[in-house]
Design a protein around this ligand. Structure first.
Ligand code: FES
Ligand SMILES: [Fe+2]
Length: 390
């Protein structure tokens, strides 16, 4: 896939839109029932038909660089354990002891040669297989082979680790991630440096995700933060399967890119325009020289809540004063998202829960949102019917 050519065309459209005062548009206005964001049954179906079936981003390769490095996290109430193996591959398992269900690896991250369950001391190898039963002669006969930690299908590429939450489900990771993973590969996260995560509590996962899919709200919701840098309501959309690439022109775009040949425009990301890369169903990536942010939206525990984990990366290894400056930028960005996006989202949730409106509207300009909601519906219909097109 020619990623550079796709980026070039996207930037050309951004420039045309800035000149003409237009934006990419869908064919009409889309109506989505308000209940889609408030109904517990709808939420349950989304988890069952989307989140339990498709590859989900679960962590960065940077978080588990060496053999024995592990990270735990919880997705949809499932405790996960990601562990780097001695052969360099990565495994994702359910972090639940097969004796009586204790969480085996401690919360957070670290490094271990083996995992020892803190309840009765059973041990598990890095690959999850059962290593030892404490006091086996007193425990009695059991078939050890079936007592390893439950493995999940997983895949590592472009510095990102993905897993499917249903054990044994056959999924073609490469074709699901499609051109988007090639696009992210070109960003080259493995050469970046990782600066930790922060969390934000928010509303329904789709309310939160909707906020990453349009720049229509920049003027009203981000008047002093994003709006001074970036035009409001000017967007150029491209898609790789269900995944979206959205180009947002900076105010300087026409000056910065004047005289740049069309074939070179893709080299100017963050220099006149920015991209948001969206991995369906719940990841948003913003790459910038100041800081790179990956948002991972974790739905639940109830329909009206999500927890978003922000992963921060930077191209350079920063120490001392430079590192302190980066922390300030991370603080700033985290606050912008928490107050100006997730604060809005929580208020939207109250508005929808009130029952005051029966449906929400996505304008022709909110083309990314329309595309996302059509993909959600496609999965809810068990992937029958026409595949949504941008
Ligand atoms: S629950 Fe893990 S050893 Fe007993
Ligand atoms: Fe926003």
């Amino acid at each position: 896939m020619d990623i550079a050519a796709l980026h070039n065309r996207n930037v050309v459209r951004q420039m045309e839109h800035v000149r003409a005062g237009t934006t990419d548009e869908a064919e009409g206005v889309l109506r989505v029932p308000a209940e889609s964001y408030t109904d517990p049954e709808r939420f349950r179906l989304e988890m069952e038909k989307i989140f339990l079936r498709v590859p989900l981003f679960v962590g960065l390769s940077h978080e588990v660089p060496e053999a024995g490095d592990y990270k735990t996290l919880e997705v949809l109430g499932k405790p996960l354990l990601i562990a780097r193996q001695r052969d360099g591959s990565v495994r994702v398992m359910l972090n639940v002891c097969t004796h009586r269900g204790m969480l085996v690896a401690p919360e957070g991250s670290g490094s271990r040669p083996v995992f020892t369950c803190p309840y009765h001391g059973w041990t598990f190898n890095l690959d999850g297989s059962l290593r030892g039963i404490a006091d086996p002669h007193k425990f009695g006969e059991v078939e050890r082979k079936g007592l390893g930690l439950t493995a999940l299908p997983c895949y590592e590429r472009a510095g990102m680790i993905f897993a499917v939450l249903t054990p044994g489900l056959e999924v073609d990771f490469a074709s699901f991630l499609g051109g988007m993973i090639e696009d992210i590969e070109a960003v080259d996260f493995p050469s970046f440096h990782f600066y930790g995560t922060r969390r934000i509590e928010g509303a329904n996962w789709k309310i939160a995700y909707d906020g990453y899919l349009e720049g229509y709200h920049f003027a009203a919701a981000h008047p002093d933060t994003i709006f001074p840098r970036t035009f409001s309501n000017v967007m150029a959309f491209d898609a790789y399967g269900p995944h979206l690439l959205i180009g947002f022109p900076q105010r300087s775009i026409l000056e910065r890119l004047a005289g740049v040949p069309e074939g070179e425009l893709h080299r100017h990301e963050n220099d006149g325009f920015d991209f948001i890369r969206l991995l369906f169903p719940n990841v948003s990536i913003f790459v910038a020289p100041e800081v790179t942010q990956i948002a991972q939206l974790l739905p639940g525990p109830t329909v009206d809540r999500n927890t978003t984990v922000m992963y921060y990366l930077h191209r350079e290894k920063l120490e001392g004063e430079a590192r302190r400056k980066l922390e300030e930028i991370i603080d700033w960005l985290w606050k912008v998202v928490e107050v100006e996006d997730y604060g809005v989202g929580l208020a939207v949730q109250r508005g929808l829960a009130s029952g005051a409106i029966r449906e929400v509207l996505f304008g022709r300009n909110e083309r990314g949102n329309q595309y996302f909601h059509r993909w959600v519906d496609y999965y809810l219909a068990d992937c029958t019917g026409p595949v949504p097109a941008l």
